[in-house]
Ligand binder design. Structure first.
Ligand code: APR
Ligand code: PHB
Length: 387
């Protein structure tokens, strides 16, 4: 079998790249190790930058997003019992759109099947060879082994995928920071008593009040890395969340059963460069951000936007300049989002810190809440740096 681009991974990065390439007349095959239902069952982030919305529009998948997404012109920071609004729109002229990653993925899957473009779900043992020349990709599906020849492989297979691991160790460098806590998240169906997202720094630890729609909330609390979901009853979660977010809101949280509860560790990670021969990395395969800045999905969108432009220039004009520049172009934006996500994480969480570090953290938050210049910088990053 032959195709132009094999895309490994049917998360948002792989599916969005597939759709952008399809619209450019470039043939792709997507190989995904899980089932479509499994991919849609993963609960992930939910805040889209205006630039990501534009990329989804270009991919022709923004219809439902515009009908159902919630436009937010600001968010709040909770600190010492009160809340302070960061006026995103006022500072930047831009807003963000609250629309779940699951819904983005669903829209992309539907567009791909409407386009008749091939995706193999439950593709096992995906393996890459001859990446420096004419790449070959093998996989097993329903007991049979298949081999595909292609011009390029797009590694969109997430942090634990096979693509980054297929690059020889002396051709890739990685940068990593792990944080000494995780996020315990709950998804539940009730109308949020908050109108915009609240990022709360409390003495008991960080909490985030978010939402997915008018009737569905997503909330997180900073937790210990040793904690397991089983240790946290729903009642205990809401009790702790309420203490961190404020009693006025806590009183308005109804007692409903949650739809999902999970713990995720926080990590910053970048691989460089994003190219090895004819393999290109994009999305979580290339980098991880802690979720505090809501940048994971947005970075996946900007990576694949750059990559699709470069592949299109190759096929349409026979020019390799954009492909040669992909890694540096994407990494410039990635490192800026890494910096922002790291600084938001440091600012708002409780760390095992000495007295000096604690005073510095307090001073930084108080400076932010009093300085319009500092708020403008935060807003500029939160709504997304230019593509
Ligand atoms: N073979 C085939 N598919 C694989 C393999 C493999 N060896 N390993 C992983 N995959 C698949 C996963 O099952 C997953 O569906 O690759 C996909 C990667 O998707 P994501 O993890 O969602 O990563 P990405 O598409 O880059 O999306 C980035 O998702 O994880 C969030 O916070 C992140 O919001 C960001 C966004
Ligand atoms: C979410 O709704 O899941 C969410 C929102 C904002 C973040 C992280 C996660 O910064």
């Amino acid at each position: 079998m032959k195709t132009q681009v094999v895309i490994v991974g049917a998360g948002p990065a792989g599916l969005l790249l597939g759709q952008l390439l399809h619209r450019a007349g470039i043939d792709t095959l997507i190989l995904e190790q899980r089932s479509a239902d499994y991919v849609l069952g993963r609960i992930r982030a939910g805040v889209l930058e205006a630039g990501s919305v534009e990329v989804l529009e270009r991919a022709g998948v923004a219809g439902r997003l515009h009908a159902e997404g919630l436009i937010h012109d600001g968010f709040e920071i909770g600190y010492c019992g009160s809340r302070h609004r960061i006026a995103l729109k006022e500072f930047t002229g831009k807003s963000v759109t609250v629309y779940g990653q699951t819904e983005v993925t669903r829209d992309l899957m539907e567009a791909r099947s409407a386009a008749g473009a091939p995706t193999v779900y439950e593709a096992e043992d995906v393996s890459l060879s001859d990446l420096a020349g004419s790449p070959r990709v093998t996989y097993r599906h329903q007991g049979r082994t298949h081999e595909v020849q292609c011009d390029f492989v797009a590694g969109c297979d997430g942090f634990h995928g096979v693509c980054r691991r297929s690059i020889p160790a002396d051709s890739i460098r990685t940068f990593e920071r792990q944080y000494p806590f995780g996020w315990l998240g709950v998804l539940a169906d009730f109308a949020a008593p908050w109108h915009e997202l609240i990022y709360a720094a409390s003495e008991r630890g960080f909490a985030l009040a978010s939402m997915r729609s008018e009737t569905r909330v997503r909330c997180y609390i900073q937790c210990s890395l040793q904690d397991s979901v089983e240790q946290w009853s729903e009642a205990r979660f809401w009790e702790e969340f309420g203490q961190r977010i404020g009693s006025d809101l806590a009183a308005k949280i109804p007692q409903v059963k949650s739809l999902e509860m999970s713990i995720a560790p926080l990590r910053s990670f970048v691989a460089e460069p994003l190219r090895y021969g004819n393999l290109f990395l994009a999305g979580d395969a290339a980098h991880i951000v802690p979720p505090t800045g809501a940048k994971g999905l947005n970075l996946a969108a900007s990576d694949v936007f750059y990559l699709h432009e470069a592949l299109e220039a190759h096929y349409r004009e026979g020019s390799s300049t954009a492909l040669d520049g992909y890694s540096a172009r994407a990494l410039r934006r990635i490192w800026r989002a890494e910096r922002f996500s790291w600084s938001m994480t440091r600012l708002l969480h409780s760390f095992p810190a000495d007295a000096f570090d604690q005073r510095m953290q307090q001073t930084e938050i108080e400076y932010l809440l009093e300085s319009r210049a500092a708020q403008a910088a935060l807003a500029e990053n939160y709504v997304g740096l230019p593509l």
